[in-house]
Design a protein. Structure first.
Length: 222
């Protein structure tokens, strides 16, 4: 049986996603996003899990956002259980871009505390986009357990996620400022500084927090 012309085009685009050339894969993802078709969704999600090029992954995510969330969200949620870290992180990243709050229950504590920094960072970003207003305090409490974690980019991502929740994080940060771990205290103090003065900059906030911690303070004096 002869395939309809549109099926031939679909096949060509899907084949392009598997090309050895990043530029071909990028064009294929652009094509798929420009002409959304539910038949593309599974392959787009699968490709996100293994695509090595950042800019291609971003185009894949964009292509997925062009499709119906009723089709994409269940597939992305399935990916959150993958053993492959990239599958989890990219699915979380895409869910944050789709913005469908039906996905909120899938943002589990396990993902928010994932051992892989990229997965955790993606989970934090997705969580602050999807969290219902009534659950912001509970989310802040979970995020606070990650204070002091990782290098600069990880700590900055966490600070940004906490700050995105707004003033609801203040009691949680104040508690963390008295933590026994100086890394936690430093990160909490810096985050509180950024909350009250968004123009301060992360580096400046960290340096100020270091001075406070070095002097044995908690950032709550005065």
């Amino acid at each position: 049986m002869t395939m309809p012309e549109e099926d031939t085009s679909t096949t060509r685009a899907l084949r392009g996603l598997e090309s050895g050339s990043p530029s071909v894969r990028l064009r294929a993802a652009l094509t798929v996003g420009t002409a959304p078709d539910p038949r593309f969704v599974d392959r787009l999600v699968e490709r996100c899990a293994v695509e090595p090029e950042f800019h291609v992954r971003e185009m894949l995510t964009w292509a997925l956002t062009r499709h119906s969330s009723s089709r994409t969200v269940p597939k992305l949620i399935d990916e959150l259980r993958s053993e492959r870290a990239q599958a989890r992180s990219q699915a979380l990243h895409t869910l944050s871009k789709v913005g469908d709050r039906h996905a909120w229950p899938a943002i589990t504590r396990a993902l928010l505390t994932d051992a892989d920094d990229e997965v955790a960072r993606s989970a934090w970003r997705a969580a602050v986009v999807l969290v219902p207003a009534g659950e912001k305090s509970a989310l802040a409490a979970v995020l606070a357990t990650q204070l002091g974690r990782g290098g600069r980019e990880t700590r900055l991502s966490l600070s940004r996620a906490l700050i995105a929740l707004g003033e609801v994080i203040t009691p949680t940060l104040r508690a963390a400022m008295a933590d026994a771990d100086p890394r936690v205290r430093l990160h909490a103090i810096a985050t509180e500084r950024l909350l009250t003065d968004p123009d301060a900059g992360f580096e400046s906030a960290i340096e100020e927090a270091k001075r406070v911690v070095a002097l044995g303070g908690t950032g709550q004096e005065g």
